[in-house]
Design a protein around this ligand. Structure first.
Ligand code: GCB
Length: 596
């Protein structure tokens, strides 16, 4: 059974946890072998001589691990398999398998029996496999992964047959379509009666904080609760004994963004215990909680009643060899660079990021525009809309309790100039509002505000603008006026705050030109400086909510004559070393932080 809650797996007095990360057996299917028909999920891969089984790291995208283009550009199914041991002591509890993400469509079998399917990338899924595992014995897990993108999948794509007969995946977005088991896989246990979900909403009044919580329990309904809010020193600051209530915290440590307070990212721990009628512990789960408010109006967004200004970037989960695979050294390095440069925010362009990355945002005090994986929508259909809404349901279910998440982004660069986009985005925004009214909603647009249909539904306008790059490349003298005119119109038309969510220029590190010339480091610096002028003027006018350069770091794309080894608009290279623009941005972001 698939559960409704998707709490991050944590060990506790009542929960055991084992990782399934490591080296798995991996096999490609070509068009002539149909692994599903051959029931590969019943076969031990290593025992099949002609299967060409290789080792594949989990978590990682599989594309850049090998030495041939067949693996990198593979379209369709691949297969992963490994064995795992289940202790005898787990018998009688619920045993769960949880994937933090598989890109894109996954089917999972345990000991040859189907366990769970999930067909969207970048989002977690899990299943209770208690009845499928052998206790005190070895077990086999097999996972098929399909990377195919079609008109109705999230994101969209199409298959093209080349003159050679090879099937090629095409897509309209500007990052490599990495695939595989790209985030951690765990086995964990819960008691048969367990905490399925926790929802918190926080409020602030004077020096006090309020934590409204609701606990969803599965299994027996005779349990009672003990709920404690514990501060960083381990001291209990509030407690209650109901499944749904409000905790009151005197002199609360509020959750503040980075550089807005000497102690940003303050997290309490909400410790939830279920007790049986004799008072014995049934289940325990602890959730990090930040106490803060978000409010917004036609010109500003406030955290804890203080107006914010977003200094940030668009990003990608992307690095050498591992593609989109979660890599802890990389993500901690990224946060060190984010702090070094003085940013306070970023957008999870163009899909939900790993939970470990989101945890760091909450801890550091980084504000997140949290984006659906449904980017660049076109060819609107009911099926696409259903899949798009499901992506948002799963995203909000996963991230609803995170203090760092301050805005939902329904989509990046949808084709909102098409008349069908009006009903489509009316429904998408209403869907988000039906799940969460505590955060404002945006769509990230590149259309002209007068020629598109989504703006009317939004709390915040986000625009991607490439003056001096895609529009008038090299013509820096046009940038200031064009940027202001472009961004300001969103505010005039819809009376909502505006974020410039993308601007920038491809820049090859080490390329220099005087006078400045496109693709050089000097050009990126000059282009940024022009934008800073425009942003400062708009800040004076009061409707600009933030600036986010495209991109934090260089990243890989599909092969295209527009891209030299990928998209090079980063402040940092793909291996996270600064271009000269990183120093320029650092000056600006620290000065902005100090002036506000
Ligand atoms: C955009 C897209 C982003 C691209 C960027 C670019 O507008 O949102 O995915 O990578 O432009 O560099 O072209």
């Amino acid at each position: 059974s698939e559960s409704a809650g998707i709490l991050y797996p944590r060990a506790s007095e009542s929960r055991d946890l084992r990782t399934l990360d490591g080296l798995w057996s991996f096999a490609l299917t070509n068009n002539s072998v149909n692994g599903r028909a051959e029931k590969w999920y019943r076969v031990n891969f290593k025992a099949v001589d002609d299967l060409n089984v290789q080792s594949m790291p989990v978590p990682a995208s599989y594309n850049d691990i090998g030495s041939d283009a067949d693996l990198r550009d593979h379209v369709g199914l691949v297969w992963y398999q490994r064995n795992f041991f289940v202790p005898k002591s787990w018998n009688g509890q619920r045993v769960w398998i949880r994937f933090s993400s598989v890109c894109r469509a996954a089917q999972v079998w345990i000991n040859g029996e189907w366990a769970v399917s999930h067909d969207i990338g970048h989002l977690p899924f899990q299943a209770d496999i208690s009845s499928l595992v052998n206790y005190g014995d070895e077990n086999m897990i097999t996972v098929s992964v399909d990377n195919t993108l079609l008109n109705t999948t999230i994101p969209q794509g199409a298959l093209q047959e080349l003159s050679s007969g090879r099937i090629k995946q095409t897509y309209n977005f500007d990052f490599f379509n990495y695939a595989g088991i790209d985030r951690p896989v765990v086995l964990y246990t819960t008691p048969t009666t367990y905490i399925d979900d926790i929802t918190v909403a926080t409020d602030v009044g004077g020096t006090s904080g309020f934590v409204n919580y609701t606990i969803a329990v599965e299994g027996s309904d005779t349990v009672t609760a003990k709920v404690s809010l514990v501060d960083k020193t381990g001291t209990e600051v509030a407690t209650d004994t109901v499944l749904s209530g409000t905790l009151f915290v005197q002199n609360a440590n509020l959750w503040w963004p980075y550089l807005m307070d000497p102690n940003p990212g303050y997290l309490y721990s909400l410790q939830v215990q279920l007790l049986d009628s004799s008072g014995s512990l049934v289940d325990k789960y602890s959730l990090p909680v930040g106490i803060r408010t978000i409010t917004w109006d036609s010109k500003s967004v406030k955290i804890n009643n203080k107006p914010i200004y977003l200094r940030g970037f668009g990003r990608h989960e992307d690095s050498d060899i591992r593609g989109k695979g979660l890599d802890l050294p990389l993500i901690v390095r990224d946060y060190n660079l984010i702090k070094w440069i003085g940013a306070n925010s970023y957008r999870t362009s163009h899909y939900p990021y790993a939970e470990e990355i989101m945890d760091l945002a909450d801890e550091v005090g980084i504000m997140i525009i949290n984006e659906s994986p449904a980017l660049n929508t076109e060819n609107y259909s009911d099926e696409l809309l259903e899949n798009h809404k499901r992506s948002l349901t799963e995203l909000i279910q996963r991230d609803k309790n995170r203090p760092g998440v301050i805005i939902w982004s329904a989509s990046n660069e949808p084709r909102t100039q098409l008349v069908e986009a009006e009903d489509y985005y009316r429904e998408v925004v209403a869907h988000i509002k039906s799940l969460d009214t505590s955060r404002p909603v945006t769509v990230v647009n590149y259309q002209l505000p007068d020629e598109e249909y989504s703006g009317q539904f939004l709390d915040i306008a986000s625009c991607n603008i490439y003056f001096g790059w895609y529009t008038n490349p090299g013509d820096l003298d046009t940038v200031v006026a064009d940027v202001i005119a472009g961004a300001k119109r969103w505010n005039e038309l819809h009376n909502i705050p505006v974020i410039v969510t993308e601007y920038g220029s491809d820049t090859l590190e080490g390329l220099h030109f005087l006078p400045v010339y496109i693709w050089s480091e000097e050009y990126q610096d000059a282009l940024l400086s022009k934008h800073f002028e425009a942003f400062d003027q708009m800040r004076e006018e009061g409707f600009l909510l933030g600036e986010m350069i495209w991109n934090f770091a260089d990243f890989k794309t599909e092969q295209s004559f527009l891209r030299v080894g990928g998209n090079k608009k980063g402040l940092f290279t793909r291996n996270r070393q600064p271009k000269s623009s990183a120093y320029l941005m650092r000056k600006r972001y620290w000065a902005l932080a100090q002036s506000l």
